[in-house]
Design a protein around this ligand. Structure first.
Ligand SMILES: O=P(O)(O)OC[C@H]1O[C@H](OP(=O)(O)OP(=O)(O)O)[C@H](O)[C@@H]1O
Ligand SMILES: Nc1nc2[nH]cnc2c(=O)[nH]1
Ligand SMILES: [Mg+2]
Length: 179
């Protein structure tokens, strides 16, 4: 698959992402006003740029943790088997947890991770996803905060890869095959 020639067309600019994150950060600050500490847990690898930008906008007392899940490998469709590659480093029982994800597509990844974390009895557990592709949903799942709803396109950039490439683009693009 990944040896097919392709180009990347811009879908969401770096400026639009930054503006949207500012708005989301204010909503999250309002939601957690009065909470003394929040665990912000990023889902690796795709969310690494989003979480870095989001936490720098949040004027809250936070801790950062990561969990790594993978279900796509180098493919463009979900294997439907979500592998936990790395667990959170810290305990979350009784704590307020916000899970940060780059993209909800079929919904398998985030719903699996949320079920796993919910079983650890956090005080609250919420989710934020930069991108939502509702047309592709296979399990009933909606993040609590969403950056952008996008059409059914295979996207890359701003942390998101195609066969491990393009994560370093500063914007979101869509893959267009040229063969
Ligand atoms: O809603 P879903 O259909 O489950 O798809 C979304 C997930 O797929 C991608 O992760 P991937 O498994 O490719 O791993 P990565 O984050 O390490 O790139 C993306 O980062 C989301 O985590
Ligand atoms: N790179 C990439 N990975 C995904 N995983 C689920 N949907 C997508 C997508 O649109 N792009
Ligand atoms: Mg991911």
């Amino acid at each position: 698959m990944s040896d097919r020639p392709y180009v990347i067309d811009q879908l969401i600019s770096a400026k639009s992402i930054a503006a949207r994150i500012e708005t989301l950060a204010r909503e999250i600050e309002t939601h957690y006003a009065g909470v003394d500490k929040l665990v912000v847990a990023g889902l690796l690898r795709g969310s690494f740029i989003f979480i870095a930008d989001l936490v720098r906008e949040l004027k809250l007392n936070i801790e950062v943790d990561f969990i790594e899940a993978s279900s796509y490998g180098n493919a463009m469709v979900s294997s439907r088997e979500v592998r936990i590659v790395k667990d959170l480093s810290g305990e979350i029982a009784g704590r307020h947890v916000l899970v940060v994800e780059d993209l909800v597509d079929s919904g398998f990844t985030l719903s699996h991770v949320i079920a796993l974390l919910q079983a650890r009895a956090p005080a609250t557990l919420r989710t934020i996803a930069l991108l939502d592709k509702p047309a592709r949903r296979e399990v009933d799942f909606r993040a609590d905060w969403i950056g952008f709803e996008i059409p059914d396109e295979f996207v890359v950039g701003y942390g998101i890869d195609y066969a491990q490439k393009n994560r370093n683009l500063d914007h979101i693009g869509k893959v267009r095959f040229t063969d």
